[in-house]
Design a protein around this ligand. Sequence first.
Ligand code: UDP
Length: 239
Amino acid sequence: MTGAKYKRILVKLSGEALLGSTDFGIDPVVIKRIASEIIEIQQTGVQVACVIGGGNIFRGSGLAKAGLDRVTGDHMGMLATVMNALAMQDAIEKLGGNARVQSAVRINQVCEDYIRRRAMRHLEKGRVVIFAAGTGNPFFTTDSAAALRAIEIGADVLLKATKVNGIYDSDPMKNADAKRYKTLTYDKVLADKLNVMDATAIVMCRDNHMPLTVFNLNNAGDLPRVVRGEDIGTVVTSD
Ligand code: UDP
């Protein structure tokens, strides 16, 4: 792979992305494929950070609906993201890459604590940094964590992995005539309530001029293609 468009990227992977063909947990084939694409990008000299969700294991809102205290549920959700991050670290290292997990909640017998300057040093040394436990606070999502970390580490772009090829004017899974946007502004995403990331994450990106590209993780090879700047997915910017 040659001709990367970016120097430093942050990839947001949802927990669901790791499900593959399983109902719960992690599909080893899928995580291996994603890990190999991350290494492919990293080997071209692009610094790669990831934020991983936990929805394949626990979501605080779902647990709260089932009767659990919301904050406890969110703590469980954050711990679920740590499990996914450890699995991704393992998958990357099994393929010969270097990775470090940094958690926003202290669990430092298992992984590093989140320390911004240390994360940036890992990136400079060619290690993939996987940010776990979201923002470390209940009532937030890992999309907001992805926006926050991308801004903090000075990423050139936030790449949000989804199950479709970008942002559509209606749900392409339900409406065959749904139209894909090539480019959009954050204000339009908010005004039209386009289902991309939660509003907190969108506003953070908008206010800090963090470009966002939404791409289809299920299309093998699309992640490296997006990093090369190919015209796939949807690009969201402030202007
Ligand atoms: N979570 C949280 N604070 C954060 C990020 C995540 O409390 O800053 C919890 C929340 O309960 C959430 C769960 O962790 O439902 C898993 O994250 P998310 O739903 O964002 O995962 P994804 O949908 O990306 O798999």
